[in-house]
Design a binder for this molecule. Sequence first.
Ligand code: PLP
Length: 394
Amino acid sequence: MKLNEQYRTLEKSYLFSDIAHRVSEFQKANPGVDVIRMGIGDVTRPLGEKIVGEMVAGTKEQGKAESFHGYGPEQGYEFLREAVRGYYRSYGVELHPDEIFISDGAKSDVGNILDLFDRENTVLIPDPVYPVYRDTNYMDGRRIVYLEANKENGFLPMPVSGQQADLIYLCSPNNPTGAVYSREQLTKWVEYALEQDAVILFDAAYESFICDENLPRSIFEIEGARRCAIEFCSLSKTAGFTGTRCGYTVVPDDLVRNGLSLREMWLRRQTTKFNGVSYPVQKAAAAVFTPEGQAQCRENLAVYRENAQIMSQALQEMGIWFVGGSNSPYLWLECPNGMNSWEFFDDLLHRAHVVGTPGSGFGKNGEGFFRLTAFGTVENTREAMARMRKLYCK
Ligand code: PLP
């Protein structure tokens, strides 16, 4: 018996446990000090009333013989796929319902999609990165080429001519950096992918934070993307579904390689390995796309946006270089006074009692940078920025 030895190549993920450890040591030594957490990648606002109402209604249906639902369609109920289709249509993207696959969140599908691709493929992954892209490819032993994201390119790496590629990961608005690709930049990526015969795996988990109408929310707003891209989306950050679990993946019909339709392959993969998302959760997810549900989601998003705005303004006043924050819940800043990521983490914790995430935990290019998130309360965000201003204003 042989195990998958590739697991040996995975780096141990100490980032969040290291953070928790340092914070708990600090709190033990300084009991009663009010520590503000600005590193959380999870939402904090509850689900909207309309959404909860539909989840309850769906659950009650399950309790009566006449409305009971057993196994549902693996690809998701038509009522939800139609709702997602309507959402895409609202910003000009036309999809066929068969191209939409309901999932239990973007993370699973981002990992599972690799079932469709050969292990010999060359994969382009940005650095710094949401670690799931990197680790799922390491598990399969694929060759990774890192795309250098840095201050010079605003943490938005572009294709390098002559670089061979089979799979390309793009995430916009980005986690961890909050940087957002423009239409022109994504057009260049699509042209490059078509030239390389590569497939773009586009993570749009934060699309609902985009306010600027000139910025694309979906890769399918770009001409030619239907022939070279798969998109992953999630209700986690849009509608507070991190603990409820629902997302969707779009695999266009035009995406064909060597005579094989990737949409058909993914359908086959899902019908073989997945039995769908629970009926009450799909009912709740469909409620997200109703006018009432959208209004409730907007209320929550408005709070996170306000936080991001407060943070952006404070960082500007402090003269600290950063990206993100205007169309994203993440702000990615250069550590002040030449500190490295962990030095700044400790300085911020010990002197401002504020916790963030060291950028070095997301890849080598994250060293010297730091992630703050807008998912806290407005009061805490204001207080954290006031404390930082006192320490870091130039
Ligand atoms: N993609 C990115 C870029 C994320 O940051 C996250 C969660 O933090 C996910 C996907 C996971 O989303 P989900 O909760 O839908 O699995």
